[in-house]
Write a protein that binds this ligand. Structure first.
Ligand SMILES: [Zn+2]
Length: 265
């Protein structure tokens, strides 16, 4: 059995902007269980100010909804948090790393550049989210590639080909995550774009926010170009999606409005 499931691990809503999701993946094989991204976690919900900080909470519009956390959704699927063997992070921003502490047994895979950015105290990161001392696995450059794009092979407990795909700029070590399935590639682009429309519209209005949030905006623009090249080179063998664009979530996932209405907070 090999399955990849698209889930939403959190909501951000800072009006007048529309809600943004935290699109993650649950990957299962008989030998292991992996998450791509962890969204907003239970510890964030228990103590938002200490974990994320008032400024970031209101700027990004963090919503604290226990039923939307990765751990609660996995439990509902009959998966115990201790069974998660691997977590792959595109980067360590607070809306991506918040759920790490809910899965203390997992190996946590990031690029060497991202770990260095975290360790050198870039103020965008929240040290409280890493105080449980995750089991880091650091990935440096290797000679692998996907559709002409350099990648880094990740060794996990799963018998699946999973790669980090350097898409630097949003943060100094930001990477996409590629998964090989049935002769095709799934590519999670993380925050390389906020909205898919940025790939076709170089003057997309959300680009202003992306520019503000980038550690290195020139690199960020190069990474957007890499994604454009990848989509042009692929012949139906690449499925691309990002972390925050609600339109890229599967339709069965509850909207923020629906979560509020269902009372399953
Ligand atoms: Zn983000």
């Amino acid at each position: 059995m090999f399955s990849v499931q698209h889930l939403n691990f959190g909501w951000l809503h800072a009006p007048p902007f529309p809600p943004a999701c935290c699109h993650g993946l649950l990957i299962r094989t008989p030998t292991g269980i992996a998450l791509v991204e962890t969204g907003i976690g239970l510890a964030d919900i228990a103590d938002p100010e200490a974990r994320i900080g008032r400024e970031a909470i209101s700027a990004a519009g963090f919503q604290f909804l226990p039923s939307v956390t990765a751990i609660r959704q996995l439990e509902a699927l009959g998966i115990s948090p201790g069974d998660v063997t691997d977590i792959v992070l595109t980067h360590c921003d607070p809306d991506h790393a918040g759920g790490l502490a809910d899965f203390p047994n997992a190996n946590v895979h990031v690029s060497a550049e991202e770990k260095r950015n975290l360790d050198t105290g870039n103020p965008r990161y929240r040290p409280a989210q890493f105080s449980h001392e995750p089991r880091w696995v650091i990935h440096d450059r290797d000679d692998s590639e996907m559709l002409g794009q350099p990648t880094r092979q990740i060794r996990t407990a799963l018998d699946v080909d999973i790669r980090l795909v350097p898409l630097f700029g949003h943060t100094h070590g930001h990477c996409g995550v590629a998964i090989s399935a049935d002769g095709r590639w799934l590519l999670h682009a993380g925050d390389a774009y906020y909205l898919r429309g940025e790939l076709t519209d170089e003057n997309h209005p959300v680009g202003q926010l992306a520019t503000l949030r980038a550690d290195d905006n020139i690199q960020r623009l190069r990474s957007l170009d890499s994604l454009r090249n990848l989509t042009n080179r692929s012949h139906g063998d690449l499925t691309l999606f990002g972390y925050h664009d609600v339109a890229e979530l599967p339709p069965e996932i509850l909207s923020l409005e629906d979560v509020a209405k269902s009372g399953a907070l």
